[in-house]
Design a binder for this molecule. Sequence first.
Ligand SMILES: NC(=O)C1=CN([C@@H]2O[C@H](COP(=O)(O)OP(=O)(O)OC[C@H]3O[C@@H](n4cnc5c(N)ncnc54)[C@H](OP(=O)(O)O)[C@@H]3O)[C@@H](O)[C@H]2O)C=CC1
Ligand SMILES: O=CC(=O)O
Length: 325
Amino acid sequence: MKPRVIIYKKVDQQVLDYIQNTCEVVYFENLDSQNYPEFLQELKKAQGILGSGLKVDKHLLDQSPELKIVCNSSVGYDNLDVTELSKRGIMATNTPEVLNETVADTIIGLMLSAARRMPELDLLVKSGQWTSSMGETWFGVDVHHKVLGIIGMGGIGSAVTKRARFGFDMDILYHNRSRNEEAEQKFGATYCTMEELLRESDFVCLMTPLTPQTEKLMGEQEFKLMKKSAIFINCSRGKTVDEDALVTALKTGVIRAAGLDVFVQEPVQEDNPLLSMKNVVTLPHIGSATSETRLKMAMLAATNLVSGVSGKIPPSLIKTGVQVK
Ligand SMILES: NC(=O)C1=CN([C@@H]2O[C@H](COP(=O)(O)OP(=O)(O)OC[C@H]3O[C@@H](n4cnc5c(N)ncnc54)[C@H](OP(=O)(O)O)[C@@H]3O)[C@@H](O)[C@H]2O)C=CC1
Ligand SMILES: O=CC(=O)O
C-alpha cells in the first residue's frame, strides 16, 4: 500500500506527479478555516505533510499519530516545534540553498528601492506630478561604495554579500554567533560585534532565522546605535524586530528608511503605521517568489517527503535529533 501524505499548498503538476508515483496524496491547494476540519481528519491517517507556514506543535501532533515526516517548502522552520517533533521521532525538512540567489535579488531590490525612493517616485510619475525639474527634495542616497552590515551571514547573507561586494563595491561587515570563513575569504567580509556593525553600517540587513535568541533582536537600543542616515532591511521574519521600536526610529529620524519583506503579523494589518510611512518600502513576504525558485523549493520538499516516507534519509533533514533508521 502506498504511504498516505497531505500536501497543503498549491504545487506544480510535475511536483504532484512525482509525489503521486510513490504516495497516495490528499491535496489541499490552500488551507483555510473552511477546509481545516477536513485537513485535521486526514491528518489522522497521514505519514507525511508538505507545505509552508502551518504551525506544527504539540496540539497538532497529538492529532497525527501516523506522522513520520513534516516537509516545509521554505528554508525557515520557525513554524515547527522541533523539540516536540524530535521527542516523537518525526523527521522535519526544509529547503535551504535553492532560494539563496533569488532572495538575495529581493534584498538588493529593497536596498535600491529604499535608497533611491523608487516607490515614492513611481507614484509621483503615475499621478502626473513629474515636473520639468526634479529638485533635491526627491534625491536619494547612493548604495555603491557604502558599508553593508549583515546580521546572519548564512546562505542568503552570502549571496547578498557577493552582489554587494562585486556589483556595488560595498564594504561588508557581518555578525553571526560563529565566524563564516568562506564569506571572509571569498567576499572579504569582516566579522564584528553587533554593536560595531550597527554603528558603522550604511545599510543593515537582518537575515537570521527566527529563534528564541533572535526574537526582537533589533529593538530601540539597536536602532539608536545605527547611523541617522542608515537604511534597515528585514527579509528574515517579522518577529526578529521590535516593530513598535522600528516605527518610532523611522518616525523620529533615528534611522533614514527601511525595506521590509516581513512583518510581525502577516498579512500585515491595514492600520500598521509602517504602511503609511514614505520612508518604508514594503513587500508581502515574497523574497523567494519567482516561478523558477518556487518550483525548485517544491521539488526539494517533494524529494524530502518521498525519501522520508520510503525510509530513506531526506536530502535536507533538519537536525532535530531524530535517528533515521
Ligand atoms: N523573506 C523571505 O521570503 C525569506 C526569509 N527567509 C528567512 O531567512 C532566514 C535565513 O535563511 P538562510 O540564510 O538560508 O539561513 P542560514 O541558516 O544559512 O543562515 C542563517 C545565519 O544566521 C546566523 N544566526 C543564527 N542565529 C543567530 C543569532 N542568534 N545571532 C546572530 N546570527 C545568528 C547563523 O550563523 P550562526 O549559527 O553562526 O549564528 C547563520 O549564518 C530563514 O531562516 C528565514 O527565516 C528565508 C528565505 C526567504
Ligand atoms: O520565508 C521563506 C522561507 O523560505 O523561509
